[in-house]
Design a protein around this ligand. Sequence first.
Ligand SMILES: Cc1ncc(COP(=O)(O)O)c(C=O)c1O
Length: 382
Amino acid sequence: MLQRYLDFNATCPPLRVALDAAEQVATQAPGNPSSLHWAGRAARRYVDDARDKLAAYLGAESGSVVFTSGASESNNIAIHSVLSASEPGAIVTTAIEHPAVLKPLERFSTDTAKAQGWSVTQVRPEASGVVSAEHMIAAIHEDTRLVCMMLANNESGAVQPVQQVADYCREHGIRMLVDAVQGLGKKALSFKSLGVDFMSLSAHKIGGPKGVGLLLVRRGVKLLELTPGGGQERGRRSGTENVPGIAGFAAALGEVDFESFAVIRDRFEKELSERLPLASIIAKDVERTPNTSLVMLPGMDGETLLMQLDLAGFAVASGSACASGKLDPSHVLMAMGLSEQMARSSIRVSFGPGNSEDDAIALVDALVTVFQRLKQMAGMAV
Ligand SMILES: Cc1ncc(COP(=O)(O)O)c(C=O)c1O
């Protein structure tokens, strides 16, 4: 059976160029980058070169780059750095953030935290999947300590108006974190032009190794060392750097042309709408990341669909990728105002390197087959 991978928003399997770079560094510069001798200096050079390349690509200063184990850690560092140094106050975020933002913020919405003066406002998106900049700004007040907003949603692909919110936060001296994980390689990014305090990124979404990411930090903004130790990353994130992973991250930069997958995605959506007219595409009318299609199939259970598609060789996601395997309905779709049942009837398809229109058509064929089978099993006319 042909296996087709269509879950690139969950992870983009490592590119050859990234694996080669990681292997080369692991074998040729096996020293500890903190060591002062020749072996350490060789490893340090790879880390510094990668830092410079990433910073240039992201429109940031090299000194802004703090390497981490991934965007989850980056988000946690940013959130706790700001909030541990602030008087209790308000936090404003969106209801469609990744759990890597929503979960760390839960600590500030417990009864104890509320009694101390903390509050967390989750601004809901419009039915289109976009959180309005006006609604975000209206939720920000003088006592707001931190604003967290993602650049693009991992489920729907909907691009969020971060620039407008960033402009407002900068004018009012309010700290802002942008989780840009799903935008990397898909949208032009400039940390300096955006003008926020923090930006989180992850290597494995662009074909780099897993377990490597970075946090961009605006000059002068202090970080809390979440895991105190040897003082690496200029005392901002302790722990020996993942040198091969970092080199692999830099090597993967700009290697995947995500824009080119829009043709495949659009073909998939056109074919699907013709052959399964009950299917609806979420966030279709707004700017989306070019490889992403979130499809709702009313009356079908997303988990069942996913399992049936899996048996037919297709790797797609239901609801949040990081939550796949979990039965919770998508919090993103629920926040967009869909019922729990509707929110359970979605699958996310995300295209990437190696995919072709043939994969898109094969997936539509499989969806039609699975749909008819499940309908028949339910004793309904197709
Ligand atoms: C929007 C977003 N933020 C954060 C993460 C977490 O990234 P990492 O796997 O590097 O911790 C993901 C991964 O799915 C994501 O899509």
